[in-house]
Write a new protein. Structure first.
Length: 140
């Protein structure tokens, strides 16, 4: 199952060429990541209470199509785990007709907020906090 959120491009997010400012694509991706965590039952407050927080370590954006004010887009988000302290985050921004506007991929981790180090098993830790770990790609 792919998690997604719908967003409408707002006028104040446009650049001087009249299309979505390149930095806002990253904001849409960030919004989808937080919404995924929230939908899985791991809101920011729960993470902070547990002394951890998600961190983005690397991000790559492929801009494929321009977006203009008023367009509705769908922003997907999936966490992909492997061994170690990090995991991949795969995201797409799709126009209403399904045309890809951007592909965003990155490497993330879970930071121990006291030790300021990545925790060893991010999938296991998220699974222990989540009400719906399947949304986070855990146990599916």
């Amino acid at each position: 199952m792919t998690f997604f959120v719908d967003v409408t491009v707002r006028g104040y997010e446009l650049d001087t060429q009249g299309h979505l400012n390149q930095a806002v694509y990253l904001q849409y991706a960030e919004h989808a990541r937080w919404e995924l965590l929230r939908a899985a039952g791991v809101p920011q407050e729960k993470l902070l209470a547990g002394g951890v927080g998600p961190v983005q370590l690397e991000v790559t954006v492929k801009y494929l199509r321009e977006l203009r004010g008023g367009e509705r887009v769908r922003v997907s988000c999936a966490f992909v785990y492997g061994a170690g302290k990090t995991f991949r985050i795969e995201q797409r921004i799709l126009k209403e007709d399904g045309t890809p506007a951007a592909e965003i991929s990155g490497v993330g981790g879970m930071l121990d907020l006291e030790a300021r180090r990545l925790i060893a098993d991010p999938a296991g830790h998220l699974a222990s906090l989540a009400d719906s770990p399947g949304l986070l790609g855990i146990g599916v």
